[in-house]
Design a binder for this molecule. Structure first.
Ligand code: OXD
Length: 307
């Protein structure tokens, strides 16, 4: 029994060291040097090239190295009977919520405008809105979206959430399904995207969606670059309809050095750090799933893809 490991990130050595520290007995095979494919029962991967998973006859679980599994679902030959799970641990949720709160507070308290004033040595007090007067909408009410919207509600924002299937979150106006999207958008001054990327949600942040937001709205994208139609976003910002965008996910990553997002005065770019992995906590979850799968139990945090 062996683990197939594929991590294209620069912190791959840290993941390996932590896996080996946490369980020195693990047989980890780093793709492409995986030895006999029949040895592999667990795949721990990010962007494993398509076609590899189907060559593993004894595979019992595919675990993403992060919150999203879209990079697994793009493999058309992925064995459909093998469960796909994501990572989910308290620090991941907390880190994402911190990022969302930071972005929302930054818009509410007009920090970027004050930074601009500071550069020009201007002392000028700008009007501000109370949290209760700011309508924040979170798209995607999974574990991350739910925590973020709950904390926003706790801070007093006028919160709403939109999800594929219905959710009930105290203090949050919940909208479900495509038909409810326009009503959700119409009452959203700051739109936070935490949707999973799949065939239904790819390109969802397009000109039509942005036009359905009130004038002067802002976007916070912590989902995937593939959710956003970039030309439509730039057009909405350039026309002034959209006041700002905080973007943490791009397609492809890293963002090309010549990409117009970098230098745009109304865009904040961060390098996919909204919920940066806390490797020891992540590894503890992975080991738990390896143990479960090897004991014949279903892994935790299995995702049923909406393909
Ligand atoms: C992700 C992550 O899935 O960072 O994007 O975990």
């Amino acid at each position: 029994m062996a683990i197939l490991f594929h991590c294209p990130w620069e912190n791959a050595p840290l993941w390996l060291a932590e896996l080996r520290r946490a369980d020195p007995g693990l047989d980890i095979r780093i793709w492409p040097e995986i030895g006999p494919p029949a040895d592999i029962d667990f795949a721990l991967v990010w962007e494993l090239p398509s076609g590899v998973l189907k060559t593993l006859p004894n595979l019992r679980c595919i675990s993403s190295l992060g919150a999203g599994i879209d990079h697994v679902l793009v493999d058309p030959e992925r064995p459909r009977h093998v469960p796909v799970c994501r990572l989910l641990y308290p620090e991941m949720v907390r880190r994402m919520t911190e990022y969302v709160l930071l972005a929302v507070l930054r818009y509410q308290r007009r920090l970027d405008e004050y930074a601009g004033q500071q550069r020009r040595r201007v002392w000028q007090i700008l009007p501000m809105k109370d949290a209760a007067d700011l309508r924040v909408g979170v798209m995607g009410l999974g574990a991350l979206g739910r925590d973020a919207v709950e904390k926003l509600a706790f801070l007093g924002y006028d919160t709403a959430g939109w999800n594929r299937s219905p959710r009930d979150i105290p203090g949050v106006a919940c909208f479900a399904g495509r038909a409810a999207l326009p009503a959700f958008l119409a009452r959203t001054d700051i739109l936070v995207n935490l949707l999973p990327l799949n065939a239904e949600t790819r390109g969802i942040v397009d000109g039509e969606l942005l036009a359905a937001l009130p004038d002067g709205a802002c976007l916070v994208n912590c989902g995937r670059g593939g959710h956003v139609v970039e030309a439509d976003l730039l057009a909405a910002l350039d026309s002034g309809r959209l006041a700002g965008a905080t973007l943490d996910a791009f397609q492809p990553e890293p963002l090309d050095p010549h990409h117009p997002f970098w230098g745009h005065p109304r865009i904040i770019v961060t390098p996919h750090v909204s919920s940066l992995s806390k490797v020891p906590a992540a590894v503890a979850g992975v080991l738990e799933n390896i143990r479960r799968v090897r004991a014949g139990l279903p892994p935790l945090h299995v995702v049923q893809p909406a393909e």
